[in-house]
Design a protein around this ligand. Structure first.
Ligand SMILES: Nc1ncnc2c1ncn2[C@@H]1O[C@H](COP(=O)(O)OP(=O)(O)OP(=O)(O)O)[C@@H](O)[C@H]1O
Length: 279
């Protein structure tokens, strides 16, 4: 297997702050790889290093078979980057702008096709400043895919989207990966990673807490939450021994335990555990 991305022992420091602390992972062709983590986890730093936009401190990195620290024109043609925030280009028309970026690539998509892929076909002649927030973000993505990248970096692509726009965008990402594009997606949203990613890398404070498929991430939820209403009001405990908790409750209240509920730990709670922010 030839990996699209190979990262081994990546470290990046900004002054005395260690932003990325010994991270290793690989991305396969056509894979959607989710980098999930809270603010400051190191996601953008990793994307920038892999996209050749920032120098690493130490470690080995190979992207499409090359070291991104020494980017070449032909290599850049094979990747697409949708950064977290982009310049505005407010007075450009949508189609002109995508066409301009397309000219940087050897074999760009026709503008109409790039716009159609992100659902902006009808906005070809629209001024960028007249687009909604969600439409602008889709324009960023059209610019990211116009060069037919083999690997696309999407840095928090759906921040500010309404639920419908997010679902549409998710459909687009699935189509793109279905056509063979590998995608590195950074996100704060657990549901987005769960929906889109073949594998999810949970990152916190520069360290990988877990690297697993979404199903595996959920499968580790051994703990349960038992809740009831006692004399002082609602109470709950987390436990890996539900029977012991239930026996304790019966000892206290007899068989009249009010509002008794037992549920599995949610994926969200599991994620918060992983990043050390227990609910
Ligand atoms: N240019 C910089 N100079 C100094 N520190 C930086 C710089 N860029 C990032 N950092 C710090 O490095 C850490 C990781 O930042 P990074 O932007 O990579 O995280 P992130 O996971 O992308 O966060 P967010 O979700 O908020 O975008 C943070 O503590 C941040 O403050």
């Amino acid at each position: 297997m030839s990996w699209v991305v190979e990262v081994e022992g990546l470290v990046k420091r900004y002054g005395r702050k260690t932003a990325v602390d010994g991270v290793s992972f690989r991305i396969a062709p056509g894979e959607v790889f989710g980098l999930l983590g809270p603010n400051g986890a190191g996601k953008t730093t990793i994307v920038q290093i892999l996209a050749g936009l920032r120098q690493r401190g130490s470690g080995q990195v190979s992207v499409l078979g090359r070291d991104p620290a020494k980017p070449r024109r032909a290599w850049r043609d094979r990747i697409g980057v949708v950064p977290q925030s982009t310049n505005d280009h407010a007075d450009w028309r949508v189609g002109e702008l995508v066409g301009l970026f397309g000219r940087f690539f050897a074999d760009p998509l026709p503008v109409s096709e790039a716009l159609a892929q992100v659902g902006l076909a009808d906005e070809h002649d629209q001024l960028v400043r007249k687009l909604s927030g969600g439409q602008r973000r889709r324009l960023d993505v059209a610019i990211g895919v116009v060069g037919r990248p083999e690997l696309l970096f999407l840095d928090e692509p759906t921040t500010g989207f309404d639920p419908e726009a997010r679902r549409e965008f998710w459909r687009f990402v699935r189509e793109l990966s279905g056509r063979g594009t590998a995608i590195l997606l950074t996100t704060h949203y657990l549901d987005e990673a769960e929906q889109l990613a073949d594998r999810v890398c949970v990152l916190d404070r520069g360290v990988i807490r877990q690297l697993a498929t979404p199903a595996e991430l959920g499968a580790h939820r051994d703990d349960a939450v038992v809740s009831w209403t006692g004399p002082a009001g609602p109470e709950q405990v987390r436990t890996d021994d539900v029977n012991a908790v239930l026996r304790g409750l019966v000892d206290r209240f007899g068989w009249q335990v009010q509002d008794l509920q037992v549920r599995r730990l949610s994926l969200e709670e599991r994620y918060l555990d992983l990043i050390g922010r227990s609910s």
